[in-house]
Design a protein around this ligand. Structure first.
Ligand SMILES: Cc1cc2nc3c(=O)[nH]c(=O)nc-3n(C[C@H](O)[C@H](O)[C@H](O)COP(=O)(O)O)c2cc1C
Length: 243
């Protein structure tokens, strides 16, 4: 169980509809002041739990081009997630939930982002591991910066009957949760509202891969707590509970 720090929740719900994934970035520098604000948020997350650590890298564009075809273009700033403790699926859920709250705070600061789990395709986890000097897992990273052609492009999400067939809450809350990003936009879970709690059930409960359905469920959990003004996330055998 974990209770999300207040500083990550500040104005975050209002950012949900301002965020989308960006894959092309300009060469504009990010001010030192903005980077310090970001570092303060990263420190809060790192001090708050011991299961993973967020590391901010500069001049990291080379780590994002493992192939000739560059999927992510122009980004030089990247945050990476180093797994410190194989406490699963809790670490998956924490990386998803706290990571997405950080993404929404970055959106508030005017920065654009994209979650990346496509190791060897969109980034090289082995090169990142060499650069930060760890043997531990680097399952995901998030490039960030200023976007080329900034306009929010809202990708289609699943319908209510597919993702929340027993939904009894408001349309607004449903939409805020349904806007959560997920790997390949698969939204690999269902969610429902019961007694003012949100239950998110991943389709595949395995923890073989770090790009697990639990990670995507953790991302959705952050949207659920913002949409419902809740703070606590706990993990049961088959689901994530937000209350
Ligand atoms: C855990 C995770 C991993 C992702 N990995 C990649 C990736 O490797 N390459 C990529 O281009 N996009 C990646 N994405 C971005 C998703 O494709 C995107 O979030 C989804 O299509 C929804 O679009 P939106 O973020 O614009 O709302 C990833 C997203 C998540 C949440």
């Amino acid at each position: 169980m974990f209770v999300v720090p207040d500083s990550l929740l500040l104005d975050a719900a209002q950012q949900i509809n301002n965020r989308c994934s960006w894959r092309r970035y300009t060469s504009a520098q990010i001010s030192q002041q903005l980077l310090e604000q970001l570092d303060d948020l990263i420190t809060i997350i790192n001090q708050y739990q011991q299961n993973f650590k967020i590391i901010r890298l500069t001049e990291a564009g080379n780590l994002l081009s493992p192939l000739y075809v560059q999927v992510i273009r122009g980004a030089t700033n990247v945050i990476v997630f180093e797994v410190l403790n194989e406490n699963r699926p809790l670490v998956d859920i924490q990386m998803g939930c706290l990571g997405e709250l950080l993404v929404l705070q970055m959106t508030r600061l005017g920065l654009s982002t994209v979650w990346l789990g496509g190791d060897k395709f969109c980034f090289s986890s082995s090169d990142i591991k060499k650069r930060v000097g760890t043997q531990n897992s680097i399952p995901i990273c998030i490039p960030f910066g200023y976007p080329v052609d900034p306009k929010v492009d809202i990708r289609k999400r699943k319908s209510k009957k597919d993702i929340a067939p027993e939904w009894t809450g408001s349309e607004e809350v449903f939409q805020l949760i349904n806007r959560a990003p997920s790997a390949v936009n698969k939204q690999p879970y269902q969610f429902q509202l019961k007694d003012n709690k949100i239950y998110i059930t991943p389709k595949d409960k395995s923890t073989n891969e770090y790009m697990s359905n639990w990670l995507d469920s953790g991302i959705a959990a952050s949207h659920a707590l913002l949409a419902m003004n809740l703070k606590q996330v706990s993990v049961a055998q088959n689901e994530v509970i937000i209350e």
